[in-house]
Design a protein around this ligand. Structure first.
Ligand code: GLY
Ligand code: MN
Ligand code: MN
Length: 456
């Protein structure tokens, strides 16, 4: 394919940066997060494990990605690590890590070891991970409760409960020990929901690289190419821009595949006249982007495609307009729904009147997903969607997606010119004090911008 020699980020430009990009995020920020956690869990301790290593087959592992909560508190990306934050006494922050091992490091690369864990990752004290079971009962002493994500991993749960059981057996010595285990999300995930300046700068970089990927695809797509060729270009552009990995499996859906929400095979040959729906975002320094653009393979929208495209775009603008402090994701969704439902009636895809169509959810066969989700370290990021008995109010520093779509299946009993058309437009939106900022605004989006980006 001619495309491969023409991508806008040449391989040679790959920046020589460390595996994990931290941007402006310093060790101090990780320590400050630990201190905030310590304040809010007092009296008590918090225990977070690193992500487990997942075997793919035999001795070959899946690509490793650190657990987001663990990384958020430590900036430490090695497996087989555990963080314990203790509010009862010194040390307040303890990391269990793999010891230095010259032979293993020859195979797998450098380790921080216990010295590095203290020097570079904000731990007041560090131990070998092999000492976890021995040290844990000692370190949980005097902590009346433990914040720990119980139930995710049975083997880990058993180790934690064993430590507590050991302390329980010492009750004659009047020890205090955790008599309750509390969820970590109320502490950690609420913090993660509000992004700091340095987190936002990593997210902006993720969006910039994602922008390059989407533009590249609009530029090179031709009928006759396979969806996976476009996926390959996305992955190449992301990696060449310094991204560690995509934030989720890229979706490249051409023609009727654009109407399959989680299309992942990306193996269809693109036909003349197809729309191509690309839902792809890279991860940068552990922060995700999540962007969808839909464009014509031939470079020009057909009139039917254009009418659906303009409808989705109008609904997205209406939803973004609603995105500001004090609003809810529910209101954003309703704004998108109302425009889409009115438009579907106008296009003759559903029956009116508007009020009845909304009430009876007649839009549902064509718009069947929610409009927004939180975005951050995880593509479907953490943080509660409901609070105080209702949908929670948006606050400055939250980042969400706005991603309405219209999908007309090939078998829909509608005017054939609409069959097999799928359009989604997805942007990453930051809530600010004044309203909101569309972080991915530079990526071609109006019909004219998209056709210009596809220009032959
Ligand atoms: N890419 C996943 C989503 O849009 O939610
Ligand atoms: Mn999304
Ligand atoms: Mn998406």
């Amino acid at each position: 394919m001619e495309a491969l020699g023409q991508t806008s980020i040449p391989l040679g430009d790959t920046p020589a940066e460390p595996m994990v990009n931290t941007g402006d995020m310093s060790k101090d920020e990780f320590v400050a997060r630990q201190n905030r956690v310590l304040e809010s869990i007092h009296p008590g301790a918090l225990l977070v494990f690193s992500a487990p290593v997942a075997l793919r087959n035999n001795d070959v592992e899946h690509e490793y990605r650190q657990d987001s909560d663990f990384y958020y508190l430590t900036g430490f990306d090695e497996p087989e690590s555990v963080l314990l934050l203790r509010s009862a006494g010194q040390p307040r922050s303890v990391l269990f890590v793999r010891l230095r091992d010259p032979e293993r490091e020859t195979w797998d690369g450098p380790r921080a070891g216990v010295e590095g864990a203290v020097r570079d990752f904000g731990a007041e004290q560090a131990f070998s991970i092999a000492e976890l079971d021995v040290k844990l009962p000692e370190l949980l002493r005097d902590e009346p409760r433990l914040f720990y994500a119980l139930g995710r991993d049975g083997a880990r749960d058993a180790r934690v409960l064993r430590a507590i059981q050991q302390l329980r057996q010492q009750t004659r010595k009047a020890v205090v020990f955790p008599t309750s285990i509390a969820e970590t999300d109320g502490v950690l995930h609420e913090m993660r929901l509000l992004k700091s300046a340095s987190e936002l700068s990593l997210m902006r970089r993720a969006v910039e690289i994602t922008d390059a990927g989407h533009r590249e695809l609009m530029r090179v797509t031709r009928p006759g190419m396979y969806e996976y060729e476009l996926e390959a270009l996305l992955r190449r552009t992301f990696r060449a821009g310094g991204s560690e990995r995509p934030a989720y499996s890229p979706i490249v859906g051409s023609g009727p595949n654009a109407t399959i929400l989680h299309h992942r095979r990306n193996d269809r040959r693109i036909q003349d006249g197809d729309l191509v729906l690309v839902d792809a975002g890279c991860e940068y320094g552990y922060y995700a982007s999540d962007v969808t653009r839909t464009y014509p393979a031939s470079g020009r929208f057909s009139p039917a495609q254009a009418s659906v495209y303009e409808l989705v775009l109008k609904s997205q603008y209406a939803a973004i307009e609603k995105t500001r402090p004090g609003a809810t994701l529910e209101q954003i969704h309703e704004a998108a729904l109302e425009v889409i439902t009115a438009g579907l009636i106008e296009l003759g895809l559903i029956e009116g009147p508007l009020e009845a169509a909304l009430k009876e959810q007649r839009y549902k066969p064509y718009f069947m997903h929610r409009t927004s989700h939180w975005l951050g370290m995880d593509v479907h990021d953490v943080g509660r969607y409901y609070k105080d008995g209702g949908p929670r109010l948006l606050e400055p520093g939250m980042v969400l997606t706005v991603e309405p779509g219209v999908y007309v299946s090939e078998s829909a009993a509608v005017d054939p010119k609409f069959r097999g058309i799928g359009v989604r437009i997805e942007d990453d939106v930051l809530v600010t004090a004044e309203g909101s900022v569309v972080m991915s605004d530079a990526i071609p989006k109006t019909l004219e911008e998209v056709e210009a980006a596809c220009a032959r």
